[in-house]
Design a protein around this ligand. Structure first.
Ligand code: SF4
Length: 362
């Protein structure tokens, strides 16, 4: 049974210089029309009442919605799917208000993911963010005051000019805010972004991997264990919703550009908010062939610190991984850890994961 739902809210108060997500500048399109179309789509998914274990509202910026529409969406979800085990809403520090927090609490949200990105105001300006470090402290204070204590903070590293001391400052800032979960993503320069147009260049892979190892070491000393390439958590606070993705589990998705996975089909909704709201949703449908299914299973599960259980591979594909992949495993034996129960990439080899996967799938 599918027990996770992702919902995309595309509105943002400002467009960040590095962002290639599907987003719309707030005020340029009707939020009312969007929420109406979104609720219609969720209804059409025919999800059994109260059957969801996780809901994740991402974006865009969900907290950029007006209070009324934020309330309309949360109360609808609360009525349909009463208190899922994990109910996350992404928020930006400048739009996480007292009113938004009280609505989250009223309608069963029990986890918040806050886009922090940096502790340095100059770097935040460079990234095109709409907040300063003091807004982050205020937003976290609001969450803590209201006992919404399960929150993730997102950071970006590898910003040009960032020194080792800046990375240490970000990590210390993050820890000072007492999150249960932290995500550190490397800055990627994607097509169509302001950075790409301005010919900003990403840091070298070597520098990125050094920074990554520094972050990993600092966080591990403070009790945040890496359970996925970019994700760290206190014990017991790993994201259930995201773990389902990495375990190659199925999930519903709703909203413009949202991607879902059911049976052997991955679907992606239209990226046009105009068409979406008119009910014209030309989805991209990808049927996953058996060989691709194995590739996706390996690609996703090997992002996890724990890798995958050999019995899980067997029950999914009805074959023994160690014997079926014997020749390929021989090629990557120095980069992986194998025991009688599981298969995983060595922690210090995560940065060459793509090469390991290529060898495994040849
Ligand atoms: S707030 Fe998030 S989704 Fe919106 S533009 Fe910035 S990075 Fe993109």
């Amino acid at each position: 049974m599918i027990s996770s739902l992702y919902i995309h809210i595309p509105f943002c108060d400002r467009i960040c210089n590095y962002c290639d997500f599907c987003k719309v500048l707030k005020g340029t399109f009707s939020e009312e029309l969007y929420i109406k179309a979104l609720i219609k789509e969720i209804d059409s998914l025919n999800i059994k009442k109260n059957s969801l274990k996780t809901i994740y509202i991402g974006g865009g910026t969900p907290t950029a919605l007006s209070d009324n529409l934020f309330k309309e969406l949360l109360s609808y979800l609360n009525k349909r799917f009463y208190h899922p085990k994990e109910f996350t809403v992404e928020a930006n520090p400048e739009s996480l208000t007292k009113k938004k927090v009280s609505l989250m609490l009223r309608y069963g949200v029990n986890r918040v993911s806050l886009g922090v990105q940096s502790s340095n105001d100059e770097r935040l300006r460079f990234l095109g963010r709409n907040h300063q470090a003091k807004d982050v402290i205020k937003a976290v204070g609001l969450l803590r005051k209201n006992m919404l204590l399960n929150y993730n903070l997102d950071f970006i590293y590898g910003v040009p000019g960032m020194q080792k001391s800046d990375v240490v400052k970000d990590v210390n800032f993050a820890i000072m805010l007492k999150p249960t979960h932290l995500s550190f993503y490397s800055l990627q320069i994607e097509d169509g972004t302001v950075f790409k147009n301005n010919k900003i260049e990403a840091e070298s892979d070597l520098k990125m991997s050094e920074t990554y190892n520094l972050i990993r070491g600092l966080l591990s000393k403070r009790g945040y264990h890496r359970y996925e390439v970019s994700n760290f958590a206190l014990k017991g606070y790993e994201s259930i919703h995201n773990l389902n993705y990495w375990h190659d589990g199925m999930y519903y998705a709703a909203g413009v550009s949202a991607s879902g996975y059911m049976g052997n089909i991955r679907y992606t909704n239209t990226r046009s908010i105009y068409n979406y709201c008119k009910g014209i949703n030309h989805q991209i449908i990808n049927k996953i062939e058996p060989k691709d299914e194995e590739f996706e299973f390996l690609m996703l599960n090997l992002r996890l610190q724990k890798g995958f259980k050999l019995t899980d591979f067997y029950s999914r594909f009805n074959k023994n991984f160690l014997t079926s992949y014997k020749d390929q495993i021989a090629k990557v034996k120095d980069d992986v850890l194998i025991d009688s129960k599981s298969f995983k990439i060595k922690p210090n080899k995560i940065y060459i994961m793509d090469a390991i996967l290529l060898d495994l799938l040849k």
